[in-house]
Structure formats: structure tokens, C-alpha cells
Design a protein around this ligand. Structure first.
Ligand SMILES: [Ca+2]
Ligand SMILES: [Ca+2]
Length: 228
């Protein structure tokens, strides 16, 4: 094909600009899954500042997971890897006679440097029976229904996350939040995801530009050869 020189130049410039536009808008996304399991720390003793990021939970237990329940988790959240948990370090409970008031913590790290940001952070929470949900020391959600253990609570905590270390902290009780009592079964179930995105330079940008310039040079050379 014998295109006019101006057309070749225009196409080449458009190609280079296109490559630059693609490169500068390239984004990477990372999804972090946080589910209730044996990695959560637990206690049945209220301690000052228990929900704050700087609190030392090294003296707490690992939560018991899975904690006994007659209802499979898959009945509540299809396909999840979350397990019911509760504070029960000696695994003595049959699911109905555990502590009536408990506290939990789960730390995780986010890289929000270099322009990265949180796209969304959602949690689905089931507690038998009531709970408070903290993120980095902020009370984000409270359930004071006094029962309804099979009702899901959807929590958006995207505005409470920070670069570096973060912590979810949950106060979960059997019975009512402001009056815990032994109300048959008790358990905590959490399935959360944090998705972050970052704009990053494409490693191939320089290669694309060089290829673009090389293409122009070849096209111009051919065009001149055709005209000779
Ligand atoms: Ca409830
Ligand atoms: Ca209960």
C-alpha cells in the first residue's frame, strides 16, 4: 500500500499518543480476602483500648475455628472460606455454652503508597447474637437487635482504611449487646474483601515508543524509495 507521507506521519503520531495514553492509565488491582478463621485473636476479658490499632493483643488467644454450630456456613454465605469463630481456647464448648461476651482482632496490611487507593472494602457479618464492628479504632457498625443470628449485616468500611497496618476489631455477644446473656448458640462469621488499585507506569512504554519511531522511520524510508 502506498500511503501519502502526511497520512503515514499522522498515523504514526496517533499510534504513539495512543500507546502513551494506554501506558499512563494502566492500573493494577489487588483483592485482599479477610475471613473469620483461627488467625483472629480473641478474649473474653474487656481491656481498655482493645479496639485501637496500637493495642497489644499478644496476650489474647487464637479464636476457635470452626466453632460448633448445627447450621453450615454455606447456608449463610455460598462459597466462602470463612469459618464460625468464638473465644474458646480450650475448645470446651458445644456451641451453646461458650463465653457470653467476647472481643476479637484481626490485623492486615495495605500498600496505599504511590497513588494507590481503596476501590472498595465490604464485609458480610453474621453474629449470634449482637456486635460492634471497629476499623482502626473507629466504630463503624452496631447490631443491637438482640437476636436474628441468621440475618446478614453488610458493612462498607472503605473510608476507614490507611496505608500500612490496619485492624478490624469486633465486640460480639450472645444475647443483647447491652445485656449479654446465654441465648442458646453463639458465633461470629465474617467475610470481607478489600480491593485496592494503583496507577503504575507500564514497563513496556519505552519499548512501545521506540517501536513507534522505528515504524515511522521505516515507512518514510519506503515512501522515499517508492518516489525515487
Ligand atoms: Ca443480632
Ligand atoms: Ca445466641
Amino acid at each position: 500500500m502506498n500511503l501519502p507521507l502526511n497520512t503515514i506521519r499522522s498515523l504514526a503520531v496517533a499510534g504513539i499518543l495512543g500507546a502513551l495514553a494506554c501506558a499512563s492509565s494502566a492500573a493494577t488491582t489487588t483483592a485482599l480476602s479477610i475471613v473469620s478463621d483461627g488467625s483472629w485473636k480473641s478474649t473474653a476479658t474487656l481491656q481498655p483500648g482493645w479496639f485501637t490499632p496500637g493495642f497489644d493483643d499478644s496476650g489474647w488467644s487464637q479464636a476457635r475455628a470452626p466453632y460448633p454450630s448445627p447450621q453450615p456456613v454455606s447456608n449463610l454465605i455460598a462459597g466462602t472460606s470463612a469459618q464460625r469463630i468464638w473465644h474458646d481456647p480450650l475448645a470446651l464448648s458445644d456451641g451453646t455454652n461458650g463465653a457470653i461476651e467476647t472481643w476479637y482482632r484481626r490485623g492486615f496490611s495495605l500498600d496505599l503508597s504511590s497513588g494507590a487507593f481503596v476501590q472498595f472494602a465490604h464485609a458480610i457479618v453474621f453474629v449470634d447474637d449482637d456486635f460492634e464492628f471497629y476499623v482502626n479504632g473507629n466504630l463503624v457498625y452496631t447490631d443491637v437487635s438482640g437476636g436474628f443470628a441468621d440475618v446478614p449485616h453488610f458493612i462498607d468500611f472503605s473510608s476507614h482504611l490507611v496505608n500500612g497496618n490496619n485492624v478490624l476489631a469486633i465486640h460480639a455477644v450472645d444475647g443483647g449487646l447491652f445485656g449479654p446473656y446465654d441465648r442458646l448458640y453463639e458465633s461470629l462469621l465474617v467475610d470481607a474483601v478489600v480491593r485496592t488499585a494503583g496507577v503504575v507506569p507500564e514497563p513496556s512504554t519505552v519499548a512501545l515508543l521506540l517501536a513507534g519511531f522505528a515504524g515511522v522511520a521505516v515507512a518514510v524510508k519506503r515512501r522515499r524509495a517508492d518516489q525515487a
